[in-house]
Design a protein around this ligand. Structure first.
Ligand SMILES: CCCCCCCCCC/C=C\CC(=O)SCCNC(=O)CCNC(=O)[C@H](O)C(C)(C)COP(=O)(O)OP(=O)(O)OC[C@H]1O[C@@H](n2cnc3c(N)ncnc32)[C@H](O)[C@@H]1OP(=O)(O)O
Length: 309
């Protein structure tokens, strides 16, 4: 409980000639490249799709989609929200005209509050299993995406929210010391599973991950930058423009080479989960339904409410 309490208070604190030559013949997997030369019929072509919790704006000229998470109040990842995110991601992945994705939040001050605690509290083992399967699915879709993925972190991003950002190729965070990011699970009395740990380690290395995970650190943007948890920190109103600039830089690299390299870098981490999915679900269910863990989660939710009062 003390740990839980402290958690709420804690605020730890290739491009060149080759790519230019290949840019007009690039393919995204089996997708044809979107020509950088604008013809009259290509100009200002964009499409927008909105489900209740996810709004996607795709600019067909650039092949870049911006996914706005809009699940009030804090984009906590419920089963419904995760399902909508997965459906949107699948559509974009299949869309030959989409090569880059920026993920951001429409909610003020929060990128995502992580997994919805209410999905883990007082639920049947079956429901917990279904929920966890959806969390795995979202991670797999994001971490193995062929698209260039940029997290435009325009607010706090604890636990599952941080994991979402970590699955992206590049993270840009708003320079606001009121915001924090990190895998703070231990502070809630829960344990980040191996694939959360692997994703973090792949980003910030073993030593930093040991400290971040055991202490359940939440980093302020400038500290997150120092440790490599985010790649860039920019003024709040520059997060989206900076993400657009970055995505274009990444998209200038020959597509096949970039995709194969990404896949090579991430394959073993992905394989580790795909070959252990069922066991991982069972581990989660038996862990989260323990009386002691339920008690910790209840205490944490109460503290979240008290913080407001
Ligand atoms: C042996 C090994 C086996 C493996 C076992 C696996 C174990 C499980 C692993 C689980 C992995 C990941 C866990 C998570 O992601 S848990 C979620 C962690 N998230 C947090 O700690 C964030 C908590 N929230 C906050 O710190 C703040 O809300 C905020 C995000 C900084 C925003 O602050 P705010 O002041 O703007 O808003 P606030 O008033 O606090 O909240 C508004 C309402 O939203 C509710 N709420 C906040 N976060 C959550 C959440 N994650 N889930 C559900 N609900 C949330 C909050 O209670 C307020 O509600 P209300 O308006 O009072 O009703």
């Amino acid at each position: 409980m003390m740990a839980v309490r402290s958690c709420l208070g804690v605020k730890f604190g290739v491009s060149g000639l080759l790519s230019q030559l290949t840019s007009s013949t690039r393919h995204h997997g089996s997708r044809p490249c979107v020509s950088p030369i604008l013809t009259p019929q290509h100009r200002n072509t964009s499409s927008s799709s909105t489900s209740s919790k996810v709004k996607v704006d795709l600019d067909q000229n650039t092949g870049v989609a911006v996914m706005h998470m809009q699940s009030p109040p804090v984009n906590s990842l419920s089963l419904d929200f995760i399902t909508e995110l997965c459906i949107s991601l699948e559509k974009l992945e299949m869309d030959k005209g989409c090569r880059g994705l920026i993920i951001t939040s429409s909610q003020p001050k929060v990128f995502s509050a992580g997994l919805d605690i209410l999905e883990m509290y007082g639920k049947s083992p079956e429901r917990c299993g279904e929920f966890w399967k959806s969390v795995q699915e979202l991670w797999l879709k994001l971490y193995s995406s062929n698209m260039v993925t940029i997290a435009a972190v325009n607010g706090s991003s604890p636990a599952g929210g941080c994991l979402m950002a970590l699955t992206c190729d590049y993270r840009i965070m708003a320079d606001n010391p009121a915001y924090s990011i990190g895998l703070n699970e231990t502070q809630l009395g829960i344990v980040a599973p191996f694939w959360f740990k692997d994703t973090l380690m792949n980003t910030i290395g073993l030593r930093n991950s040991e400290m971040a995970l055991q202490l359940g650190l939440l980093y302020k943007p400038q500290d997150a930058l120092k440790v490599g948890l985010v790649d860039q920190v920019v003024p709040e109103d520059q997060v989206l423009p900076a993400a657009v600039k970055s995505v274009n830089k990444w998209l200038a690299v020959p597509e096949h080479a970039r995709q194969i390299t990404k896949s090579m870098m991430r394959k073993s981490t992905i394989d580790r989960l795909t070959s252990n999915r069922e066991a991982d679900i069972q581990n989660f269910v038996s862990f989260i339904t323990r009386e002691s863990i339920q008690k910790s989660l209840r205490g944490y939710m109460e503290l979240l409410k008290q913080k407001k009062a």
